[in-house]
Design a protein around this ligand. Structure first.
Ligand code: SIN
Length: 284
């Protein structure tokens, strides 16, 4: 009989206990799949995964998406390194966002595993985009259901933009900024029918959403700012405190995340594997 148990977290996500991810039976895996579909965010503790175990667990979920911008593990190209060195000021992902909304088929999500942690701090915040949508008024929900939004990576990863202007003193990127020139900005529904759960989720984010289709950036900014503020209400948020062996697996279509940068003078290294996703359909 399965020893797996599911402990919903206040705000967002659920912790799954009673499993070792490198010894998963097919039944346990199927159970984890349905918990993931329901919550869009699952946490595990005390896992002892090698890099090969991490890759093998990720492969059970689909094709691995090799990161186009961040440096990879030297022996495992599937593992993107999310590192902040002791002498570094900026971290990766230190603001609310969801990954890959700049792709036509946004990645399903990422499996993030702690490898080297500061003595304290460096927590990751998550917010549920199911709840962010649910709490809105019926009038606002109906307006949003009729909208689509344009997303882009160019202002973040492009030449002479965001990350490139910040420099790369610690060699954490692969100098791929010109690749963004080839990328055609996708248009996604603002309210998606989640591909796994079928639930409605709000799908805009302040890192990569440019504007609503057919609206100017200025017109869009007013409504987007409102949505960004409402999305991060305290009752939609969970704060994950990392320990050695901790794993967070989030669904990019159902959550945002934000890596807290509050451990100056200490190193933090996380291993991230991202799984391919699919095109997103509107909820109606
Ligand atoms: C990220 O993938 O955005 C970083 C998350 C983290 O380092 O906690």
């Amino acid at each position: 009989m399965s020893k797996l148990s599911v402990n919903p977290q206040p705000g967002a996500g659920a912790e799954v206990t009673g499993v070792k991810l490198n010894q998963l039976s097919d039944t346990d895996f199927q159970e984890i799949q349905s918990v993931f579909a329901e919550y869009g965010l699952i946490f595990f503790r005390d896992q002892e995964l090698t890099e090969a175990d991490h890759v093998a667990f990720a492969r059970r979920w689909g094709n691995i998406n090799i990161n186009r911008f961040f440096a990879a593990h030297k022996d495992y190209p599937e593992i993107a390194l999310v590192t902040k060195e002791a002498g570094q000021a900026e971290n990766i992902g230190g603001d609310w966002h969801t990954d890959h909304s700049y792709d036509h088929e946004p990645a399903l999500g990422s499996i993030l595993l702690a490898r080297d942690l500061p003595p304290s701090g460096g927590d990751t915040w998550f917010v549920s985009m199911y709840k962010a949508f649910e709490q809105l008024s019926d009038g606002m929900k109906n307006t949003l259901r009729g909208l689509r939004a344009v997303h882009s990576a160019k202002h973040v990863f492009g030449a002479q933009q965001g990350y490139e202007l910040a420099g790369d003193e610690f060699g954490q990127r692969i100098g791929n900024a010109p690749a963004t020139e080839e990328m055609i900005n996708p248009v996604h529904p603002v309210v998606i029918k989640h591909p796994l759960s079928g639930k409605e989720a709000l799908y805009v984010n302040s890192a990569f959403t440019l504007h609503f289709e057919g609206w100017t950036p200025e017109e869009s900014a007013v409504l987007l700012e409102f949505l960004y503020k409402e999305a991060v209400r305290e009752d939609h948020i969970s704060r994950f405190k990392w320990r050695p062996g901790s794993i967070a697996f989030w669904d990019n279509r159902a959550t945002w995340h934000n890596a807290q940068n509050d451990y100056p003078g200490y190193r933090r290294e996380m291993h991230r594997i991202t799984i391919d996703g699919c095109a997103l359909a509107a909820s109606t």
